[in-house]
Design a protein around this ligand. Structure first.
Ligand code: SF4
Ligand code: SF4
Length: 90
């Protein structure tokens, strides 16, 4: 089985607990840890890759990892970038 790894990744070292990501997400991805005042990834499978949480975070604590098909659509998959390199000049 191929593991699926995409969605938001929170760097808790940068998180200030403002809760903007929790409020911004239109899906049920985030829960809230009241004691630590940090977001919890409750249902990452619900993520629709809209990017609102990443754009809402004032501390750049969230990185949205895009799935392979989205990276290919955007032309940012590193293996595809290598296909365009000229072997004679690289
Ligand atoms: S990318 Fe959108 S759907 Fe996914 S966790 Fe962030 S706000 Fe929610
Ligand atoms: S928006 Fe950023 S700083 Fe605010 S709670 Fe979410 S991860 Fe933490």
């Amino acid at each position: 089985m191929i593991p699926i790894k995409y969605g938001p990744i929170v760097d808790y070292a940068l998180c200030s607990g403002c809760k903007l990501c929790y409020d911004a997400c239109p899906m049920d991805v985030y829960g809230w840890n009241k004691e630590k005042k940090t977001p919890i990834l409750l249902y990452p499978g619900e993520c629709r890759l809209c990017g609102w949480c990443e754009m809402s975070c004032p501390n750049l604590a969230i990185h949205l990892e895009l799935p392979l098909h989205a990276r290919i659509d955007l032309g940012i998959h590193p293996e595809l970038e290598n296909l365009y390199e000229d072997p004679e000049t690289s």
